[in-house]
Design a protein around this ligand. Structure first.
Ligand SMILES: [Zn+2]
Length: 154
């Protein structure tokens, strides 16, 4: 699937790793098979942008992306029980920050476009989808709202 996202990183290895990350959330996080299927129907991938984003139109999410810098970041959280196994040019593994970032954007996509962006409903989805050992990243990204819903793990 050709990703229709801004500044898409089209290298086959990167796209492969993107899906390895989504599979990781299904196999080691709480992403259901039906949700995984839904994601395969969206425009999505890794973008050379500052931030990731999820976009909706006509009451439906249709696109999301995660930034390339997060993918390249060498950041393996020691608490990770099963490390993502796919190759990354820098680390030989998926970055745990990247897998977290993916869980964050996917949580938007699974939320109602009418719901508050980072509200209670979003965090109900996020804390289910994102492996527990990666949820701490949310505290540094959205500290104020996240700390209401995410327990400090370390
Ligand atoms: Zn967000």
């Amino acid at each position: 699937m050709a990703p229709r996202i801004p500044k898409a990183v089209k290298a086959p290895g990167v796209q492969y790793d993107f899906w390895a990350g989504v599979e990781y959330l299904r196999d080691y996080g709480g992403l259901t098979a039906a949700e995984f299927k839904k994601i395969t129907l969206l425009d999505c991938g890794i973008s050379n942008t500052k931030r990731g984003r999820a976009c909706h139109k006509n009451g439906k999410y249709y696109k999301f992306y995660v930034p390339y810098w997060a993918y390249l970041k060498e950041d393996i959280f020691l608490g990770l029980e099963v490390w993502p196994i796919r190759s990354n040019p820098n680390t030989d593994r998926l970055s745990s920050l990247f897998v977290y970032y993916l869980a964050h954007e996917i949580s938007h996509v699974l939320n109602s476009p009418k719901a508050k962006s980072h509200g209670r409903r979003f965090y109900e989805i996020f804390t289910r989808v994102c492996p527990v050992e990666l949820q701490h990243y949310e505290l540094t990204y959205k500290t104020k709202t996240a700390s209401k819903y995410i327990k400090e793990l370390v």
